[in-house]
Write a protein that binds this ligand. Sequence first.
Ligand code: AMP
Length: 399
Amino acid sequence: MIILVVNAGSSSLKYQLINMDDESVLAKGNCDRIGIDGHIAHKAADGRTLDEDCSFPTHTEAFMKLVEALTKSSAKVIDSMDEISAVGHRIVQGADVFDKSVLVTDEVIEKIDELRELAPVHNHAHALALRACKSVIPANVPQVVVFDTAFHQTMPPKAFMFGLPYEDYETYHVRKYGFHGTSHRFVSKALAKAMGKNVEDLKIVSCHLGNGSSITAVDGGKSVDTSMGFTPLDGVVMGTRTGAVDPSAVTFVADKHGFTPSQMSEYMNKKSGFLGVSGVGSDNRDVQSAANEGNKRAQLVSDMLVYEIKKYIGSYAAAMNGLDAILFTGGIGENSWEVREGVCTDMDYFGIKIDKELNRSVRGKLTKLSTPDSKIEVWIVPTNEELLIARDTLELISK
Ligand code: AMP
């Protein structure tokens, strides 16, 4: 059974074609620069590639090109779209409307579009892509939507409410939603399996650290708190995003620069974080090598990240009244030994001990880093959001 997984943004359409018989990736690619000009980069599992400038006025042309790449190009992997059993789409914001993955209907697309106020960059693009997909992919191929926010719908009100007047929650739905839910769900289950335990019996702090980062308290397989909030701006310092900031500093800085709310949002989302503090760049590798060469601001932002993660671990251990395991995932979590070592150093109070040599030598693979006498297990668990989307899709269409 073959499933197409789609991750649509406002100007891009990333995709993977997955053979669910062995969960292998048959092809992956990206239709980029939609609405600007257009480009496709497509790669089949055997190494054949397609790299071409195209014309993508809308998502519809991008989908048509995707179909052509999969079925007709020199890097094709199937003969016809009839070989595809379903399409699974990643959706950023499902708010409190969607607490699990669902089959796509016209009403579902409408609802996703209505939620665009809560995720202006993403949800409208998702709705456009869903409509485009429906117009290009054969009508008998079911589609499923998987939400970044759904896993966090188990958070209790005391964790998701802000101290704003209650009417703003009732009228404008202002609350913590949390993101990266698909990843946190995937890695917490994978960790339980690796530990030989049931996820229902574990208290886990899941650290998804990438260009965007979020930390989640997973108690008994359910998200009970998470660091990202109303939008993916909250929490720890990120590539270009601030992470948590005193709200008064936001209004103060906006006032000083004469920024409108949207300019301030752009400043905090695109010009801040690693980039803004270090002045070096948004990529952790660049920041880390600048820090290694003695750049103090690069070192500062690396220290900030490590310190903030430690504080989340401490607060989530308190929130869950216990902690069995910490896991690292995402581009930074899976690859940066420096960040993992920093987080796990001076954590004797928790009884956390890792094998430093092992930690320095391993990247991107499922590994237990903690020593046998560590009270809390520490693991690298590679994430695979596309696979979870494909698994959810398969489960829904099998029903
Ligand atoms: P993601 O958003 O999950 O793709 O993660 C992107 C982040 O992971 C970037 O900040 C990269 O610098 C970081 N990253 C990727 N590979 C490495 C590596 N080998 N060492 C350190 N950081 C890495």
